[in-house]
Design a protein around this ligand. Structure first.
Ligand SMILES: Nc1ncnc2c1ncn2[C@@H]1O[C@H](COP(=O)(O)OP(=O)(O)OP(=O)(O)O)[C@@H](O)[C@H]1O
Ligand SMILES: [Mn+2]
Length: 514
């Protein structure tokens, strides 16, 4: 366990996708995962960096990023980038053996089959549901549509398993399935729609509002920023590459605003906001508290509009969620500062407060902070968890549209919780160090992963520009430096351990040879 190695251990390929439900998969992976191979990664290539020298670490990292050859020019052939991503996902750090998932750790249960006689008397179809397929539900998972398999695969600690055999079908559905209904999502500040598919699947739609190369105006406050569809997509990929799996899957899709929204919507308020622009594009703006006006309409070209579609989580009636106010929430004011910005020992009081005083909530929060710093998302005012699991569960990373607004500027204040608490999950730290190595570089993994999105390949504008990808590597460097600073401080002044040992359980699982 203590041996350091970045060599990837051989890993059996997962069994063919169609035959397994997410739960079967979780069980199978445990059998297939070789025991005894989990070793922390070696130090990053630049381990010898002297960051106590007083040199501006950021400027240094920027310089390095500018001169890094292949990853910045994007010259690396896609095939080799894709095999890098495969190698990353095959690495033992992404294939840690996990203890069996007890029944109560699944979010949903499948009820035993209802008798055919009872079922037939229950089936009725409303007029507005005529576009839906006649789905036969039963407990055999092979007949479940991908969205339902996704729901059934949600557990206490993650939304979906690593190498989820359902992912391909799920993203395929989001990207291509016929849209039979589109209505505005109530709540939330900016326009978003809930779209439905013939097999009863649903997705949350956010339209493109900003060109990929636009940078958010520097004079704009974070709370006035637009939401970006490509940020929602990229956040899903980044979250998965970080090994968290706490963002619901999102794909990009070109939507025909006439055929797939205007003509089929039953939402009259939405329908009333459609118009044709002076150059003949079909536009709409919907109703919401920000940016829902003629001036801020979203427009097709002339009808095709880029958007992100995120798979919907199980309905609140099946799985209630709890919303938590972030302890490091910003003030959402031009003049006020939040407590964490002025109190130097802010974290010590958070550490004593439920739910951050027990279990993994604090380090899970730090995980989210790292995700947000990498994509420069300042808008994480709340987060949600599934009520069923109480305080002992993962945090959902929903609402990522305000990430990736600026590539030329980092936002150090997003890292404040890490700097102030000096605590990080061991497994997260190891994966971050892995992603800083040239053979697994974060920007390369992201470029490869995003190229698989329907809007990311085929010569079209990449979902994240090279500058945004380079910013990821630069910011990753900054995160690792912050952890190093914490470790130095801890070794000099004492205090709590910086690295939270979340891999200790492996010692019990890995049986000694013989
Ligand atoms: N994939 C999803 N499935 C189900 N519900 C979701 C999903 N994503 C987001 N939601 C819910 O929809 C609400 C609004 O979404 P989102 O936060 O993205 O919009 P918003 O306009 O940015 O909201 P706010 O202004 O409150 O930040 C969220 O608080 C969340 O509860
Ligand atoms: Mn929001």
């Amino acid at each position: 366990l203590a041996s350091l190695s970045v060599n990837r251990a051989p890993c059996d390929p997962p069994p063919p996708p169609e035959t397994l439900s997410p739960r079967d998969e979780a069980r199978t992976r445990r059998r297939h995962t070789p025991a005894g191979i989990i070793g922390p990664v070696g130090p990053p290539a630049e381990a010898a960096r002297g960051d106590s020298s007083g040199v501006d670490a950021n400027a240094e990292a920027k310089g390095r990023a500018r001169t890094a050859p292949a990853s910045i020019s994007g010259a690396e052939p896609l095939e080799s980038a894709l095999s890098k991503l495969e190698a990353l996902f095959d690495h033992p750090l992404y294939n840690m053996p996990s203890p069996p998932v007890p029944e109560e750790d699944w979010l949903l249960k499948v009820r035993p089959k209802i008798k055919a006689a009872e079922l037939s008397s229950q089936i009725w179809v409303s007029a507005s549901q005529e576009g839906y397929e006649d789905v036969q539900w039963n407990s055999s998972s092979s007949s479940h549509p991908p969205w339902l398999r996704f729901h059934l695969g949600v557990s206490r600690w993650q939304l979906y398993p690593h190498r989820d055999p359902n992912m391909e079908a799920l993203t395929q559905q989001l990207a291509t399935s016929r849209i039979v209904s589109a209505v505005q999502k109530s709540g939330g500040t900016q326009l978003k729609l809930v779209m439905s598919f013939p097999n009863y699947g649903q997705a949350m739609f956010k339209p493109m509002k900003q060109e990929r190369d636009d940078e958010t105006n520097y004079n704009l406050y974070y709370f006035s920023d637009f939401e970006r569809h490509n940020a929602e997509i990229a956040a899903f990929h980044l979250d998965r590459i970080l090994g968290y799996r706490r963002v619901p899957p999102v794909v990009g899709r070109l939507v025909d605003v006439v055929k797939e929204i205007k003509d089929i919507t039953t939402d009259r308020k939405l329908a009333q906001t459609f118009f044709t622009s002076p150059v003949g594009s079909v536009c709409f703006y919907g109703q919401c508290s920000y940016y829902c006006s003629t001036e801020h309409a979203v427009c097709g070209r002339p009808r095709a509009l880029e958007a992100s579609l995120a798979v919907m989580l199980p309905d609140l009636s099946l799985a209630t969620r709890r919303s938590w106010r972030s302890p490091w929430r910003r003030s959402y004011s031009r003049s006020k500062l939040a407590k964490w910005e002025t109190q130097s020992d802010y974290c010590s009081s958070v550490k004593k407060t439920s739910p951050y005083n027990k279990g993994t909530r604090l380090v899970d929060f730090i995980d989210m902070v790292i995700l947000d710093f990498l994509m420069s998302n300042m808008d994480r005012h709340h987060y949600e968890t599934f009520e069923k699991f109480g305080n002992n569960t993962f945090m959902l990373h929903l609402d990522n549209g305000r990430g990736f607004g600026r590539h030329s500027k980092d936002e150090p204040s997003i890292l404040a919780p890490l700097e102030q608490c000096c605590r990080i999950r061991h497994s997260t730290w190891l994966r971050l160090r892995l992603l800083s190595l040239p053979q697994y570089r974060l920007s390369d993994a992201m470029r490869a992963s995003l190229s698989r999105d329907p809007l990311g390949g085929g010569g079209a504008a990449p979902l994240l520009s090279e500058r945004h990808l380079a910013a990821l590597d630069r910011r990753l460097e900054t995160v690792l430096e912050a952890v190093s600073r914490c470790q130095r401080r801890q070794s000099e002044d004492g205090g709590d351990e910086v690295i939270f040992d979340d891999t200790a359980y492996l010692k019990d699982m890995v049986a000694p040879a013989g």
